[in-house]
Design a protein around this ligand. Structure first.
Ligand SMILES: Cc1ncc(COP(=O)(O)O)c(C=O)c1O
Length: 375
């Protein structure tokens, strides 16, 4: 009988109450009172037998626009998570012969969507300081086929982010070279001084946003994009939600966006403090390092190359023996994925306690004997 491969997500979902969920950059710190009463009310009010307003709840759209600070003439377009926006816009704007400039590591699902259109993705390796793209490298890499630049800020998986002047420089390049700047700002709210590229190149930038991470609503699947009306028209040709988005997801997003000023600073503070505890635990393990610290998002990569332990084995050991779910790097990097695991930490203190205890034990259990282990 062939061996059935281990499915980490299935294993974890079957036990989700017992698992410290540190594998998907999800946010477990938003107070329940911010969202649950509105959801319960909407269920009691039987908001679900009819379709929602196809264009989305106007109040939600205004709250999102205000939260992002994008121009009034460019209202956010709602999609089933940022993921759907990414699919639609790559489909609409890229094709065979086009090239998208991006990085490795990165959130490769976007690269895959671009490649589905027949376009090529050129990944600039960034696993070295400053662990992000720079305007100089982008300028050099642009060729005759370049059509789009992917700027994920802050960056999944490293937690690095772009200073305002760098965002400006990259936005100006996009504008001058007539390129589309895809500014994925999924983790924006975890960073205190984030700059949107729209500020510098409003007509050339498409912002992809989400409430999955900042508002702790990943399971609701709601996000979207903001683009100038011309680009928006092209993109929405690929909208499949002709009948609107999940009504409960909209209710939850509205409740979260309304109450966000009351809890976002505390979520950020707790996330930062958790990151420090995770760092302290990691740095006690010989051979384990953090390429980027502090993170401007709610995750970072832990480089375990020098420990001699493979990221996949560490992921499984932490999950099965300790109930701590982190992610092996290979789905986030072709070139460097065998070096790191990614951990996210917008989690309750009890999850961080478990990580702190489990990480050194798991590495010790897997560490090969020999010269590497001694070093
Ligand atoms: C950089 C980035 N963009 C987009 C997404 C998609 O988020 P969602 O579809 O939940 O809005 C993610 C999810 O992890 C992400 O890391």
């Amino acid at each position: 009988m062939p061996e059935v491969p281990f499915d980490a997500f299935r294993y974890a979902h079957e036990r989700y109450h017992e698992i410290a969920w540190m594998c998907q950059n999800t946010n477990h710190l938003v107070p329940r009172e911010a969202i649950e009463p509105a959801l319960i009310e909407a269920v009691k009010d039987r908001r679900y037998p009819m379709y929602p307003l196809a264009s989305g709840d106007p109040e939600l759209i205004e709250l999102l626009r205000h939260g992002l600070g994008t121009p009034t003439e460019f209202p956010p377009f709602l999609t089933g998570g940022g993921t759907e926006a990414l699919y639609m816009l790559t489909r609409a704007l890229l094709g065979p012969g086009d090239e998208m400039l991006a990085s490795d590591p990165s959130y490769f699902i976007i690269h895959r969507f671009a490649e589905l259109t027949g376009a090529k993705v050129r990944n600039l390796p960034i696993y070295r300081p400053p662990y992000r793209l720079t305007s100089e490298r982008i300028q050099e890499a642009i060729g005759p086929k370049t059509k789009m630049i992917l700027l994920i800020d802050p960056l999944n998986p490293l937690g690095s982010g772009y200073p305002r002047e760098e965002v400006r420089a990259i936005a100006e390049i996009a504008h001058d070279r007539h390129l589309i700047l895809l500014n994925d700002v999924t983790y924006r709210d975890f960073s205190e001084h984030h700059a949107l590229a729209t500020e510098f190149a409003p007509h050339d930038t498409i912002v992809v946003w989400s409430v999955s991470k900042n508002c702790g609503l990943a399971g609701m699947r709601i996000g979207g994009f903001v683009a100038n009306p011309e680009l928006e028209k092209q993109i929405v040709r690929f909208n499949t939600n002709d009948l609107g988005l999940n009504v409960l997801a909209q209710v939850a997003a509205k409740a979260a966006m309304k109450s966000r000023p009351q809890w976002i600073a505390q979520v950020r503070r707790q996330t930062r403090a958790n990151g420090e505890r995770v760092r302290d635990a990691v740095l006690q393990v010989p051979g384990a390092t953090l390429p980027v610290f502090p993170s401007l998002a709610n995750m970072f990569a832990i480089d375990i190359h020098e420990t001699g332990v493979s990221p996949e084995r560490l992921q499984k050991e932490l999950l099965v023996r300790h109930g701590v779910f982190v992610r092996a790097g290979n789905y986030l990097s072709h070139e460097f994925g065998a070096r790191f695991v990614r951990v996210s930490f917008s989690n309750p203190t009890s999850d961080i306690d478990r990580f702190v205890e489990a990480f050194p034990r798991a590495v010790t259990a897997l560490r090969p004997a020999g010269p590497r282990a001694a070093g």
